[in-house]
Design a protein around this ligand. Structure first.
Ligand SMILES: NC(=O)c1ccc[n+]([C@@H]2O[C@H](COP(=O)([O-])OP(=O)(O)OC[C@H]3O[C@@H](n4cnc5c(N)ncnc54)[C@H](O)[C@@H]3O)[C@@H](O)[C@H]2O)c1
Length: 264
């Protein structure tokens, strides 16, 4: 299989996108270290991988806490002797816009969604460089990193940061044979943190007319970490049903015609 003999670390490997990425990498032959803030969420994904005949270990921890990152990355390297693949998937959001987002809320979101990605990437990349056999990193960005939307000021900013962090990391790590790319999902399953359930999500701005499925994102990640993508680095792969090919988010746009009718 494509990833036989490889060790992968997936952050935020909870029930939605991260768990599916972990399962897909395990199906491709990797031993998958499943990180999550919640030990039970990490363990549940490990159990689902083992039930399917794959190999996995749970490494709970907080990606926004430097000591925790050193600890759980050290656990993986200590027990598996290597990390070949890193998927920075964990993120949080707080649904607030510029006018009502407190500084503490801004810091909380960017600490996890952006700074956490930096911390884990640095720890893992250093171990990859030390081993000298290259590797592959995929950062999970978002269509929200490509354009603004209401009530997500910290999240949109963090995800835009992820896109350029990916390019800068790709430049730094290319001499070491480490490729770095990102995947930009659009609405996939429930929203981040489960704030909006699948059934409540508007698909009007998605040209393919449906929500993303965690498998859509997981397949894209597998492609990017596989040898099929061996000449691809610093790239963002949009897995968004065409969302970013359109003018913008219709559901975010006030219905001006309806307002005008009401006013008349
Ligand atoms: N779901 C979507 O519609 C959607 C759309 C675009 C992008 N994304 C991106 O995809 C990724 C996964 O999203 P999801 O919907 O599966 O989110 P989710 O909230 O279902 O899962 C995220 C996981 O990260 C974990 N986590 C949170 N803070 C952490 C921390 N400090 N340390 C370690 N783990 C932590 C959570 O416990 C959770 O299990 C995120 O990067 C998100 O921004 C999601």
């Amino acid at each position: 299989m494509e990833l036989d003999g490889k060790v992968a670390l997936v952050t935020g490997a909870g029930p939605n996108i991260g768990g599916e990425i972990a399962r897909r990498l395990a199906l491709a032959g990797a031993v998958v270290a499943c990180n999550d803030l919640g030990p039970q969420a990490a363990q549940a994904t490990v159990s689902s991988i083992e039930e399917a005949g794959g190999k996995a270990l749970a490494v709970p921890g907080d990606i926004s806490d430097p000591a925790s990152v050193v600890d759980f990355v050290g656990q993986v390297v200590g027990s598996q002797e290597r990390i070949d693949v890193l998927v920075n998937n964990a993120a949080i959001t707080i649904p607030k816009g510029l006018l009502d987002c407190s500084y503490e809320e801004w810091c909380k979101v960017t600490d996890v969604a952006l700074n956490g990605t930096f911390l884990v990437s640095q720890a893992v990349a250093r171990s990859m460089v030390q081993r000298g056999e290259g590797g592959s990193i995929v950062n999970i960005a978002s269509t929200s990193g490509h354009r603004g939307r209401r009530n997500a000021v910290a999240y949109c900013t963090a995800k835009a940061g992820i896109l350029n962090l990916t390019r800068a990391m790709a430049c730094d790590l290319a001499p070491h044979g480490i490729r770095v790319n990102s995947v930009s999902p659009t609405k996939t399953g429930a929203s981040v943190g489960g704030l909006q359930p699948t059934g409540a999500r508007d698909t009007r701005e998605i040209p393919l007319g449906r929500l993303g499925r965690p498998q859509d994102q997981a397949r894209a990640v597998l492609f990017l970490v596989s040898d099929a993508a061996s000449f691809i680095t610093g790239e963002d792969l949009r897995v968004d049903g065409g969302s970013l090919a359109t003018w913008g988010t219709r559901s975010q746009t006030p219905d001006l015609a309806a307002s005008a009718r009401q006013e008349a």
